[in-house]
Design a binder for this molecule. Structure first.
Ligand code: ADP
Ligand code: MG
Length: 324
């Protein structure tokens, strides 16, 4: 059986010591955790450098086996507005933290996607729930976060991982996954990843899905972007009642190009209009996309949701065939 676990999750640091680079940040955050006294935090920095991972380590170290009950992760750009965020925060903050720590943690990703007005509302929410919640905010650029929020947080600027760190991560994965990677390929992986570990791990996993012997050319060929042509093929397979083939192709596209479920949904939605089906089916499928996208942002499993979407294409395909 194919191992479907995404390496970005499989190799997520589970302890402070496993977070590469960001040494000063880790040191200071660790001290907060040891004192069980956490201020609001703002993690600023590019993608795939350990912001979410560090927030998770904080929660695991503070709350131990009850961390899930005391940790809420929200994505500002997915949550369709500040009201949804406020309601979720309210629900979560209503009950007391479980265990010895007197507060819960809310991790709000991509805060720079919020408008200034929404950020004002967020600031008020932070104030209202400071008693029993600490906020860890993450953003690509701290300059896009309004001053009143910045001044309520301890701001940490995450840096892109350097070559040494990236190579250590490659070596660790290569050892665990029994991959053969020469120095040139490691260089190529470092350059293509641009210090973004998520991208690194996705490219590596997609190479490894094909061969455990990883070469420089191979790395380069895997790093290109998903072509709409291939997404179209996935949909056409589903429509023509080849559900399993369609699903497998989608999975390998996601791994090969390191695409997140949300990106795939957006590409699928664009392709629907071009498909050779009637208008009513197109509308139904577009509506399904919206529903699936919503479920994904609510935290449902991406593969399960995408499979559910593909099954809708398969059903649409069946109803189009004469005699169905
Ligand atoms: N500093 C790091 N040290 C080790 N692994 C990392 C680091 N940063 C990212 N990774 C790897 O990349 C994955 C995604 O990182 P994440 O913390 O979600 O990045 P982001 O900064 O975008 O929140 C992690 O699961 C982990 O496998
Ligand atoms: Mg993140």
């Amino acid at each position: 059986m194919q191992d479907n676990a995404l390496w970005t999750e499989k190799y997520r640091p589970s302890d402070f010591s496993e977070i590469k680079g960001q040494k000063e940040i880790v040191k200071r955050v660790k001290a907060f955790v040891e004192q069980q006294n956490l201020p609001h935090l703002l993690f600023a920095g590019p993608a795939g450098v350990g912001k979410t991972s560090l927030a998770l380590v904080i929660a695991k170290k503070l709350f131990k086996d009850v961390w899930r009950q005391n940790f809420l992760e929200l994505n500002a750009s997915d949550e369709r507005g500040i009201d949804i965020i406020r309601n979720k925060v309210k629900d979560f903050a209503r009950t007391r933290a479980i265990g010895n720590v007197p507060f819960k943690i809310i991790y709000l990703d991509e805060c720079d996607a919020l408008t200034r007005e929404a950020q004002q509302a967020l600031r008020r929410t932070m104030e209202n729930y400071t008693q029993n919640c600490r906020f860890v905010l993450s953003a690509n650029y701290s300059s896009k976060i309004i001053e009143p929020i910045q001044s309520r947080c301890v701001v940490f600027r995450f840096r892109q991982l350097d070559k040494k760190d990236i190579i250590e991560i490659i070596d660790k994965i290569a050892k665990d996954e029994k991959l053969k990677i020469d120095e040139k390929s490691k260089e190529a992986l470092y350059e293509i990843s641009e210090g973004d570990c998520r991208r690194l791990e996705n490219i590596l996993q997609s190479c490894a899905a094909i061969s455990s012997h990883i070469t420089e050319d191979f790395v380069h060929s895997m790093a290109s972007v998903a072509k709409p042509k291939e997404i179209r093929e996935v949909l056409e397979l589903a429509l023509s009642n080849k559900f399993i083939e369609s699903r497998n192709m989608l999975l390998s596209l996601m791994l090969n190009y390191g695409l997140a479920g949300i990106d795939i949904i957006k590409q699928i939605q664009k392709e629907i209009l071009e498909l050779n089906v009637d208008n009513k089916s197109k509308m139904l499928l577009i509506e399904k996309c919206g529903e699936i996208e919503f479920r994904m942002t609510e935290g449902s499993d991406e593969f399960v949701q995408l499979e559910a979407l593909l099954s809708q294409f398969a059903l649409a395909g069946i109803s189009l065939r004469p005699g169905a």
